[in-house]
Design a protein around this ligand. Sequence first.
Ligand code: MUC
Ligand code: MG
Length: 371
Amino acid sequence: MSITVESIACWLVDIPTVRPHRLSMATMGCQTLALVRMTCAEGVVGWGEATTIGGLSYGAESPEAIKSAVETYLSPLLCGKTFSGPAALAHVMNASVKGNTFAKSALETAFLDAQGKALGVPVSALLGGALCERLPVLWTLASGDTEKDIEEGRRLLAEGRHDAFKLKIGARDLATDIRHALAIKSALGDEVSIRVDVNQAWDLTTAVKGMRQLQDGGIDLVEQPIPLWDRQGLITLSQRFEVPILADEAVGTSHDGYALANGGFTGAYALKIAKAGGPAQALKLAHVAQAAGVALYGGTMLEGTVGTLASLHAWSTVPMRWGTEMFGPLLLKDDVVVRPLDFSRGQVTLPSGPGLGIDIDTDKLRHYARP
Ligand code: MUC
Ligand code: MG
């Protein structure tokens, strides 16, 4: 069913985090959601969201730049036009706007939400159909303090909320980081999967040393140890160690995924809707990975519920060998949706209602939005 876009609005919504979230390149005390409302013909309204991490410290688009790209450049291309689906929408956006995948992701999400509502089907049905109703979700221990992380991990295991954890390392020297990761691994036990994300902080020499120690210490997965531009280094590491590499910053679009796999990369790709330009675009990378025998992982840009759901609808359509990290809403003190998602027993439930399957709480949106 074709959808005619009538108007688009965008807000920047600042929500505090439940505790400081420390990554190698930034410490977050607040997350900014760039929320998009797409009003379509027949009164159908779709919602989308884009987030980044630590201003400009993760990617090339800041929240302010996302809002500006949506309002100044992308909305005028879409308003008044009719689209048969996300492919047509992406075609129009990509013909006139280079990059800006975060902004495009929010708009593709809003369009899919609107189209799903108009057809009475969940977004997953527009993306190939869900393989499952519940998806695994890990939690990131990133308080910056080993003892606090152990305490948090033990509490979440006891509550049964998560059974796998990712650690953020790379901000400190290698020996301190390895001690930190291995102390958490030994405290939480053998059955608990522990992965680390270095967020590009090491050079290749440090990575070789670090990977050996992480592998010997029983760490399950090492995410983006070296800079995103060092594609050959990532391929070399993936072939040299048994502990698999998860490519994150190095792999945004299907083109990146093709180039890495073609160069001999083995391991996994972290899919993120923001890196690719939306849920449908992220699945193009997933399909390249499947063709190349590279495993999949559902990645987050620490989105709120809207962006998390957009991702989950897409991730539900492909087998996720390494599960997902779609815990973003749990890191935020509040959100702008009427009902929170159901996280329990290391999983999250995909809503079955039309579109994304959630309602926006407009009072909360007004409360948290920047003036
Ligand atoms: C990243 O680089 O993967 C995902 C989980 C988390 O804690 O940070 C993000 C970013
Ligand atoms: Mg990462």
